[in-house]
Design a protein. Structure first.
Length: 169
């Protein structure tokens, strides 16, 4: 039971991801309701069978502070799918400033990309245009909802309806 469950606040905003076991307990204790089951999967006891949750909604609103995605090395790698944004390799990865810091480039979501050591050295103290090394994908700041959907390592089509609305907001 390796699967994960999307937990929605009472207002249907994405709150977090938890284990199936934790989600089932919340539903069983009437602290939440199951919004979407996991495509035909069941949880079994000796005498009963229950649908496995994929999306649950809390019965009470939880006042959670703003959920942003922290700017960390690991999160940039996750956003960039752990591949060099210049050549696509997945080996010897590091971070690269699109606009070099020596030229005023900030340490921010829109200026940092995943790069292999070879491409990072080749680009040097230049912009991608100056080095004739186009980026595979323009860097962006991921929303919390998009981050939940794209980088949890799990593919859940049941989550899309709840995360799409927040991603475009």
């Amino acid at each position: 039971m390796n699967s994960r469950v999307l937990v929605l606040n009472q207002d249907y905003s994405p709150l977090m991801v938890c284990s199936v076991e934790r989600a089932f307990i919340l539903v069983f204790l009437n602290k939440s309701e199951m919004i979407k089951p996991a495509n035909g999967h069941k949880l079994h006891t000796i005498s009963k069978s229950f649908p496995m949750p994929s999306v649950i909604r809390l019965n009470r609103y939880v006042n959670a502070p703003y959920k942003g995605v922290n700017l960390t090395r690991q999160n940039i790698f996750k956003r960039d799918n752990s591949e060099c944004q210049y050549c696509g390799t997945r080996r010897d990865l590091t971070l690269d400033h699109v606009l070099p810091s020596s030229r005023g480039g900030q340490h921010s979501w829109i200026n940092l990309v995943t790069a292999c050591k070879k491409c990072n050295a080749r680009k040097g103290d230049r912009t991608p245009e100056e080095a004739d090394m186009p980026l595979k994908r323009k860097p962006y700041k991921p929303s919390y909802a998009l981050f939940l959907r794209d980088v949890t390592g799990f593919s859940h089509t049941e989550w899309d309806d709840f995360l799409e609305a927040k991603a475009s907001a």
